[in-house]
Design a protein around this ligand. Sequence first.
Ligand SMILES: [Zn+2]
Length: 106
Amino acid sequence: MYTKKGYKCCDKYDGQTNTIIQESGKHYAKAVCKYCNHFLKWLPNPNITDDVKKRNVKINKYIQCDILNEKQKKFLEDIQIKRFLTPKQSEYLQSIKIKYKNNLKI
Ligand SMILES: [Zn+2]
């Protein structure tokens, strides 16, 4: 639901939208006006959002258990807000996990 105050793409617009799943590209889906099909906003993939939440639960355990150095801690805090990691970030995260897997049972 597009909630920007006073927004009108057409005379009929009342906040009702249609969701159009994207077959390609980096966006999962878009919300369009139910009446005129005007683009309103991109929608996140709900599955990926759950994956990010799960990843962050694990990352928080690392941050809280005080075994990391400042650089590693900063890195983990930085990637928590990201939906996708670059290959380099994934690799570094993986190296932290491997290094500390005996310190932390997760
Ligand atoms: Zn409209």
